[in-house]
Write a protein that binds this ligand. Sequence first.
Ligand SMILES: Cc1cc2nc3c(=O)[nH]c(=O)nc-3n(C[C@H](O)[C@H](O)[C@H](O)COP(=O)(O)OP(=O)(O)OC[C@H]3O[C@@H](n4cnc5c(N)ncnc54)[C@H](O)[C@@H]3O)c2cc1C
Ligand code: FES
Length: 280
Amino acid sequence: MCDKAMESNRAVIVGIIRSNHPMTRDVFLMTVTVPHGFESAMPGQFVMVRVRGREFPFLPRPFSIHSLYREGEASTMEILYQVVGDGTRLLSSLGSGDELTILGPLGKGFDTRYDRRTVALIAGGIGIAPLHFLAQYYNKKNVHGEEKPRLVCFMGARTADGLIGRERMEQLCDAVMVSTDDGREGYCGMVTDCFVDNSKTMDTADLILYCCGPYEMMKRVALMAGDYSVPCQVSMEARMACGIGACLGCSVKMKSDGRPVRYGRVCKDGPVFDSKMIDW
Ligand SMILES: Cc1cc2nc3c(=O)[nH]c(=O)nc-3n(C[C@H](O)[C@H](O)[C@H](O)COP(=O)(O)OP(=O)(O)OC[C@H]3O[C@@H](n4cnc5c(N)ncnc54)[C@H](O)[C@@H]3O)c2cc1C
Ligand code: FES
């Protein structure tokens, strides 16, 4: 989608919280009713969220769209979030009927125009948040009669309770491989090693990777994608202030290939980038 088309969809809206449940000690799933029209958002796009009527925190916080669907005259959006600081702690204290000020949908989502028969989704921890929406999108494509590629999801976490949303991904994907650092569930070790082991049975000429998780994990996936010559899209994270490309606070260094140093704005040029574009 071109920048102009996406910007025309962008709006400040009021979202009404329907539910806000803990999935683990520090990860919550929030369901929000948003006005009709919002469901044109694409997987990988995000929203900037503030609690309506609160002065603090001053800056809105960015969250990926975890799922989005039409329900009657309105739409329902889910946000899956981890409590890491004041803003997310405040969100976790909210309940049904509380209101959010939401700016979105923002940024460039995953490019799904690749014609590949196998789609691998590689998630580290809370990185599953945007990949769940992408898996839903591919399933909808199938509903609309287009051929659905084989979806294989790799989910990694420190321990088994960090494998958030595994059951949902099992419903959406053809296969789900899990890994834990302590080996109590699934592959023992890092999700990237789990992927390498399983990739031996995959036709890399017909594969695309979509990845979200900690920086080091995405860097490893990007390097592997380069080695296998497989297209790879990564959803980058950065601290954000404006969310619309104005403050340059979210810049990441891009590969310059001998040209002057270039930076990309995670909020506007991303958050999803072709992994080859990032100067890791
Ligand atoms: C495009 C985008 C999509 C995101 N989607 C999700 C999502 O779906 N679910 C989710 O749980 N989180 C997501 N995040 C991260 C989320 O925005 C931050 O965790 C949140 O803003 C923290 O706010 P806070 O006030 O609780 O923490 P703060 O008090 O602001 O910070 C607490 C700690 O978290 C670190 N931190 C804060 N923001 C970020 C960030 N953006 N990247 C890396 N570290 C950060 C800080 O360095 C600090 O150590 C996303 C970030 C971006 C840029
Ligand atoms: S957050 Fe302001 S430019 Fe990206």
